[in-house]
Design a protein around this ligand. Structure first.
Ligand SMILES: NC(=O)c1ccc[n+]([C@@H]2O[C@H](COP(=O)([O-])OP(=O)(O)OC[C@H]3O[C@@H](n4cnc5c(N)ncnc54)[C@H](O)[C@@H]3O)[C@@H](O)[C@H]2O)c1
Length: 331
């Protein structure tokens, strides 16, 4: 049986237009990243109960979620309440989780303010928190009422976080849209950071993710392709964490290196024609992304081998046949 889940997205050029999306909800409780506080009045959220969190990976834990639940209770949030998450992926992951567990589940909506959030984290309903250094170990899948996407937030996004999102944007297009991929490379390599220039590409990428999730919410099949670049990307993040790297790659940058590795393996297996790896290397470099392992590759192979063991000897790996087409096969 084919089960399709509705994933609702709204796109806007103007911060002021969020208000009308909130009209149907009598009680709105905002959980937001303290770094984006300046946006709350611009979004028309003044006067609404609002709870700030320090959006870091260290704070993305069960204690922060518990404190937010306590705040909702103190504010008198009932089962009709809507939690509105305003922030990057850390914030939308936490707030979605809080909405999933508070009073056994209330509604929530996402207003992603980072590029990662707008093309990836704010869409698809994966919510959760970390357990010590293990990412997203507690969580649930719960679809937001809607995800409201406005590129105007990107004006204040730090460069390294913008780069992180660029990698996720490129990843999405490698999955199924070669033309958009080339447009994104051109735009990113021109170092044009004007939010308006990205509107159409963000919308395209967000719709691709929503469509994939709509077909396979629980990641039993198709949704796995979203993990392109993540096998080696996660291994890099793990390595940098255990070596307390002082300037680690962001998640997106690590995924970019992982995609280059995926291209190399795809050529080696004969899934892709020769030249794919070097094309990705050139394109990603032009966009300011890392392309080489920041550590000895052998050590990462050990991490991947460990993962493989944990998965029963095989990993579902996302190979690239060509830009715009991928396939999942055992590694
Ligand atoms: N749920 C999912 O499907 C999914 C998918 C991908 C990533 N994630 C999660 O998302 C997180 C990464 O997302 P992220 O990169 O958005 O992280 P983030 O929330 O930490 O945001 C990155 C940084 O940018 C700041 N920031 C966000 N928007 C800003 C703005 N408009 N102006 C100025 N600063 C701003 C934040 O305070 C933070 O310092 C990870 O925790 C990851 O596990 C979840």
């Amino acid at each position: 049986m084919c089960f399709k889940k509705k994933v609702k997205l709204y796109f806007s050029d103007s911060l002021g237009s969020l208000k009308r999306r909130l009209w149907p909800y009598k009680q709105v409780f905002v959980i937001y990243d303290a770094r984006v506080e300046e946006y709350l009045p611009k979004l028309g959220l003044q006067g609404k109960p609002a709870y700030a969190i320090a959006a870091t990976e260290e704070n993305k834990n069960i204690k922060t979620a518990y404190e937010a639940c306590k705040w909702l209770l103190e504010q008198g949030a009932d089962r009709e309440a809507l939690v509105l998450a305003v922030g990057g992926g850390v914030t939308t992951d936490i707030a979605g989780f809080v909405a999933g567990i508070y009073k056994r589940g209330i509604r929530y909506a996402n207003v992603p303010t980072s590029l990662v959030g707008q093309v990836d984290a704010g869409i698809g309903g994966k919510t959760g928190v970390n357990v010590s250094s293990f990412k997203n170990m507690i969580g649930l899948i719960k679809q937001p009422e809607f995800t409201w996407i406005c590129p105007a937030f990107l004006k204040t996004l730090p460069e390294k976080d913008f780069l992180s999102g660029s990698a996720e944007l490129l990843k999405t297009f490698i999955l199924e849209d070669r033309e958009a991929y080339e447009q994104a490379v051109d735009l990113l390599s021109a170092a044009n950071r004007a939010p308006a220039a990205y509107g159409k590409l963000i919308e395209k990428a967000a719709r691709i993710k929503a469509r994939i999730v709509g077909k396979d919410e629980k990641e039993n099949g198709l949704r796995r392709i979203l993990n392109l670049g993540h096998t080696y990307g996660h291994a890099i993040e793990w390595y940098q964490h255990i070596h307390a790297d002082e300037a680690p790659l962001t998640h997106g940058e690590a995924v970019a290196v992982g995609m280059v590795k995926a291209a190399a393996l795809s050529e080696k297996r004969g899934y892709a024609a020769p030249g794919l790896e070097s094309k990705l290397r050139d394109d990603f470099r032009r966009c300011g992304l890392s392309v080489d392992f920041p550590c000895p590759e052998q050590e990462l192979e050990e991490a991947v081998a460990k993962d493989k063991k944990a998965e029963g000897g095989k990993i579902n790996f996302v190979f690239i046949e060509k830009i715009g087409k991928v396939k999942v096969a055992k590694l």
